[in-house]
Design a protein around this ligand. Structure first.
Ligand SMILES: *Cc1c(COP(=O)(O)O)cnc(C)c1O
Length: 437
């Protein structure tokens, strides 16, 4: 029988997170540059981060261990939605008339609707163990705030979410979900922080940005010993947690005796793409084999890897984070207010920037009209309403599928479908009404 949904049993949920830094160090003899203290410009130590994160997460951030055990309590919670399905997109293949085999890893099955749950649970768990009472964070479209609110509820933590103003206004239903899980949601910039007041004074009509929301969340976190901060992407430990995605794909694709030639994911901070790519990239580094190619996809209006500079920059607008070596559009970058495609962060994960610079991964970018058109094709063929973020990956998949048709090549294309788009209907509405620029 021809399989369409390739499923795993709960026993096959990964037992460890895979640490790409171990392999980069061992096989390339080189690591991404470490974060620097903004004043001394020396590599930051454990102490510098302990106001923000619990010790275990700082340890993971700096770890050179090959793999890190996933606590059983987390594996139990993963059973709510993991292993997620790997699905052969047969109707999309047919529509494209491509000889390529296209598979997607569907992370939209998580209760929070995206891959963000994979790290939210781990971060809430270690904060709870460290005696933390409140987690603060930022959210753009609301996916991360939703996942963290839910995880905090599971572990009995309070959750305070600074939501980028434009999304706060345009995506009211995400707010409702966060509130249902007892998350407190504040439109950012706000009057609840000193830096927020400053941002508002500088530009009362600002649409806000992830960079501003991060600064506000950090300001609140460092005020009190019992409160800490959680980030949904970019940092090593977050990318590490997402490697459960790629590890499952490895088992699933083996079940149908296939192997990817191309792996594709959309990139905001870079966590879902890294999650699917790193386990395969580790094998490629280890075995010095040829394939697969790895393609990260960004919006034209926030094309960090495609157009950013590789240099040290702040992770936030208010310059409270350590300096991170990334590809960046500048910490004061504010994405255009009419941009509906998500993926609005000014930087990219230092690990991904490093790999891009080394030409071990590729990057490309598409306009929002192109990605919504791709999302429409995906809905018409596979029946799913996907997150606009994920639609960036779909657009690249379609382009690669068409290329395979022209060249008559039977490549295997695997991509990460990072989340559903059930709460992104404003963007779809504007697209259908021809209002998207
Ligand atoms: C947050 C989010 C992204 C972008 O973040 P990454 O860290 O780059 O993965 C992509 N897709 C969805 C559905 C998201 O919620």
């Amino acid at each position: 029988m021809k399989l369409t949904k390739i499923l795993l049993s709960e026993k096959e949920i990964p037992t460890h997170f895979l640490n790409i830094n171990y392999y980069l160090n061992k096989y390339l003899g080189e690591l991404p540059k470490p974060p620097l203290h903004p004043v001394t410009r020396k590599p930051i130590g454990q102490e510098d981060l302990s106001a923000l994160f619990p010790d275990e997460l700082i340890k993971q951030e700096n770890s050179l261990e090959k793999k890190i055990k996933i606590p059983e309590e987390i594996r139990e919670l993963y059973k709510l939605y993991r292993p997620s399905p790997l699905i052969r997109a047969r109707r999309l293949e047919k529509h494209l008339k491509t000889p390529a085999r296209i598979y997607y890893k569907y992370e939209g099955v998580s209760p929070a609707g995206s891959h963000k749950m994979n790290t939210a649970l781990v971060q809430a768990y270690y904060n709870k163990k460290a005696g933390v009472k409140l987690l603060t964070t930022e959210t753009g479209a609301g996916q991360w705030g939703t996942a963290l609110s839910m995880a905090c509820k599971f572990f009995g933590l309070d959750c305070l979410v600074y939501m980028v103003r434009i999304s706060f206004e345009q995506k009211p239903y995400r707010k409702t979900i966060m509130r249902l899980f007892n998350g407190k949601v504040i439109s950012s910039p706000s009057n609840t922080t000193e830096i927020g007041k400053k941002f508002i004074k500088e530009d009362p009509n600002t649409s806000g940005s992830l960079g501003m929301a991060i600064t506000e969340a950090i300001e609140v976190a460092v005020r009190d010993e019992k409160s800490k901060y959680a980030l949904g992407s970019v940092l090593n430990h977050v990318l590490l947690h997402q490697t459960v995605i790629g590890q499952e794909v490895q088992k699933q694709i083996a079940k149908v005796n296939d192997y990817p030639d191309i792996i594709i994911g959309c990139c905001g901070g870079g966590s879902n793409f890294s999650g699917i790519a790193f386990p395969f990239l580790i094998d490629k580094i280890k075995n010095k084999q040829k394939g697969p190619r790895f393609i990260g996809v960004e919006p034209v209006s926030c094309a960090t890897m495609c157009k950013g500079e590789y240099r040290y920059d702040f992770g936030d607008t208010g310059k409270m984070t350590p300096l991170l070596k990334m590809e960046t559009l500048g910490h004061d970058f504010v994405p255009p207010a009419d941009h509906s495609g998500g993926l609005r962060y000014h930087g990219i994960a230092p690990q991904l920037a490093f790999l891009h610079q080394k030409k071990m991964i590729e990057a490309r970018c598409y306009s929002q009209l192109e990605i919504f058109e791709a999302a429409r094709i995906f809905a018409h063929t596979e029946g799913l309403v996907i997150a606009p973020e994920s639609a960036h990956a779909v657009k690249a998949v379609i382009d690669e599928g068409v290329k395979c048709k022209k060249q008559n090549k039977k490549k295997t294309i695997v991509f990460n479908l990072s989340g559903h788009g059930h709460l992104d209907l404003k963007g779809y509405e504007d697209f259908l009404d021809g209002k998207l620029k």
